[in-house]
Design a protein around this ligand. Structure first.
Ligand code: ADP
Ligand code: DP6
Ligand code: CO
Length: 361
């Protein structure tokens, strides 16, 4: 480190949106490397709505790696944070800031400590994929700070080791996480199926049923499913591989009828698999079930489906309207069934598909 003073701090801020799976990832074949039992497909949301903002800083004056999440210090001792930090450090390159007189070599990154501050502008651990936006943002920001030359796909394999769903948040638009075949996980990464401009008629409406932290984290929920559910084997081997192909085709052709049927069916099968777990896991609640009924009834009363619904590991509904006109009608209907005076729905968030971006701060 050819730096006169020990007082300098170098930092980068990045912003990453969350993503919502339309063909779900649920179940790992390797817990440490985070390798899934099936491929999955997601839509990345607009960072103006649900996103993580993470600042990563490095300074010779920092004594240890530390992280604050939503203003509270959290431990970095867990294997997932350690895997991401180790991987990204091993890909680090030389960094020079002539103005500040700072030069950090590849080797220095192994000795310097980091401070990380991250904020989610949406509920954490409530089934809106905070772990996806969170780990994708962490890896992306560290990659920028350390001048990592990897492309998004290589970075996705690092983010995957923080949280599986995070690998899909490195890209905008429609993204597939290929499960891969290799035991070392080298081919388990995300690829972009279509960018955020593709099929921009779609409007995503998120109905926040509860912001409370879920009782069963995704990680422990899917571990219990793998250990106890017979239905999961059938889903992973027989159902998902066919659905992935059909979903890719539906996205390519902007075929909302197929897209909607596949999305709803996959959400329902994922929750069926949770119910098939022992002890059963209930992520949805009565309000979630009411939303499903309202959308199903509406879709059946029309010639073709108008809205798709999908629920992650939590009660909150992600509703995908075929266009803006339908989205306006959808909000009207939600307000009718869940008036602002009712406690059932807290808020709506509306978004389009979008991309990872530097905050430019
Ligand atoms: P979710 O449905 O919100 O993804 P999970 O159970 O999958 O819930 O993951 C929640 C965990 O993800 C949190 O307890 C925390 O460890 C991690 N996480 C959430 N947000 C961030 C963030 N911004 N940066 C790093 N890790 C995060
Ligand atoms: C229901 O990626 O949160 O959202 O890999 O253990 O961190 P870990 O789990 P996580 O699981 C996401 C499950 C899901 C479906 C999906 O995003 O595909
Ligand atoms: Co998660």
């Amino acid at each position: 480190m050819a730096n006169e003073s020990q007082n300098w701090v170098l930092m980068v801020t990045a912003q990453t949106p969350t993503n919502i799976a339309v063909i779900k990832y649920w179940g790992k074949r390797d817990e440490t490397l985070i390798l899934p039992v099936n491929d999955s497909i997601s839509v990345t949301l607009d960072p103006n709505h649900l996103c993580t903002t993470t600042t990563v800083a490095v300074s010779p004056s920092f004594q240890q790696d530390r992280m604050w999440l939503n203003g509270k210090e959290i431990s970095l001792s867990g294997g997932r944070f350690q895997s991401c930090l180790r991987e990204i450090r091993s890909h680090a390159c030389d960094v020079e800031d002539k103005q500040k007189g700072i030069k950090i070599t590849k080797e220095d990154w192994g000795k310097l400590h980091l401070h990380i501050a991250s904020y989610n502008n949406f509920p954490t651990a409530a089934g809106l994929a905070s772990s996806a936006a969170g780990f994708a943002c962490l890896v992306y920001a560290l990659g920028k700070l350390m001048n990592v030359k990897d492309d998004e796909s290589q970075l996705s394999a690092v983010a995957r080791q923080g949280s599986g769903s995070a690998c899909r948040s490195l890209y905008g638009g429609f993204v597939k996480w290929i499960m891969g075949k290799e035991e070392n996980g080298s081919d388990s990464l995300a690829v972009q199926l279509a960018d955020e401009k593709h099929w921009d008629d779609l409007v995503i409406v998120i109905a926040v049923v509860s912001s409370r932290q879920k009782e069963t984290s995704s990680t422990s929920g899917m571990r219990e499913t793998v250990e106890t559910s017979l239905l999961l084997q059938h889903r992973a081997k027989e159902v998902v591989p066919k659905r992935i192909l059909q979903m890719e085709e539906a996205i390519r052709n902007r075929d909302f009828t197929s897209f909607s049927r596949l999305t709803c069916a996959d959400s329902n099968q994922f929750h069926a698999v949770c119910l098939d777990t022992s002890p059963p896991i209930f992520y949805m609640n009565d309000t979630s079930h009411r939303i499903i009924s309202i959308v199903e009834k509406w879709n059946r009363s029309e010639e073709a489906p108008q809205v798709a619904y999908t629920f992650d590991a939590g009660p909150n509904a992600v509703l995908i309207a075929r266009n803006r006109k339908v989205a306006a009608l959808l909000i009207q209907r939600l307000l009718y069934y869940f008036p602002p005076s009712s406690d059932d729905l807290n808020s709506y968030v509306i978004g389009d598909k979008s991309i990872v971006k530097d905050a430019g701060i």
